[in-house]
Ligand binder design. Structure first.
Ligand SMILES: [Zn+2]
Length: 274
């Protein structure tokens, strides 16, 4: 019994050692699964950053499990390679290696369901790697939240963090998105469920404050919060409530730009007084 345990330990140490010596794009899916599970977010980002764009694409090709028709695969591969091109998102390799991508019939959109992602036929038909990039950055972050005990379920922070991660990376030069920070994606989601609503879903959703984040989750949340001008108090339920109250009379069910203008003004007021 002890010998078997020892052998398993030696084997997994040797897999990890081989993975460290090899370039990450030369790993098999199984080796990548194993290595990414034990690596930190900083280590994954560093390994991916060292690759050329062609190697990033090669890596995506070897990691992704695509249960979609042949004609849709190239757009998804290009979209995923574009995710790895951002130096803060190298850690998505772990999500690519562990999350199959499926397809369903619908006009648009996508969803994350437990252990897989499903892209709609409408979204795939656009053949636009940029929309696939944004959609997968978002949906895979729901999977990340689930794996790393981040904000969960139907909550302001689960949706908010999954929007903020692609705003703060791919739209880092968009002054409006950066100015609204994590507050609008999160608080705005709560207002959306309350004022517009989605049939079959509650109108009063939770904040989703994470209480037992894994170390990997903490690394990524630190990054999300460091870039957040709105200083949303992600870890504090009572402060989140106080924050939300300050915005709660804003009507989400109106022209979107008007709403964003009102939100932005209120945010500046909040930041001046807090
Ligand atoms: Zn979402």
């Amino acid at each position: 019994m002890k010998k078997i345990l020892l052998l398993t330990a030696v084997l997994s140490i040797s897999v990890i050692m081989t993975a460290c010596q090899k370039k990450i794009c030369d790993l098999s899916r199984e080796e990548a699964k194993e290595w990414t599970r034990s690596a930190t977010v900083a280590e994954m980002n560093q390994k991916v950053k060292a690759l050329t764009e062609a190697e990033k694409e090669k890596l995506v090709r070897s990691l992704l499990v695509l249960n979609i028709p042949e004609e849709d695969k190239e757009t998804v591969i290009k979209g995923c390679a574009a995710i790895l091109s951002h130096p803060k998102l190298g850690f998505y390799v772990e999500l690519f290696a562990h999350t199959p991508v499926n397809k369903h019939e619908a006009g648009g959109g996508a969803w994350a369901a437990g252990d897989h992602i499903s892209l709609s036929s409408g979204l795939l038909a656009e053949k636009n790697p940029e929309s696939i990039r944004d959609t997968l950055t978002h949906e895979l972050f729901h999977i990340f939240n689930d794996r790393e005990h981040g904000a969960g379920g139907i909550s302001a922070l689960n949706e908010g963090t999954a929007i903020w991660i692609f705003n703060m990376t791919f739209y880092e030069n968009d002054p409006q998105k950066m100015a609204l920070g994590l507050a609008e994606p999160a608080i705005g989601t709560k207002l959306y469920y309350r004022d517009i609503g989605i049939p079959g879903y509650p109108t009063d959703i939770e904040f989703g404050v994470p209480t037992d984040l894994t170390p990997k989750g903490k690394e990524v949340y630190d990054m999300l919060m460091a870039a957040d001008r709105s200083k949303l108090p992600v870890y504090d339920e009572a402060k989140m409530k106080e924050y939300f109250e300050f915005f709660s009379d804003i009507d989400r069910d109106q022209d979107f730009q008007t709403y964003l203008g009102q939100f932005s003004e209120r945010l500046d007021k909040w930041l001046q007084t807090h």
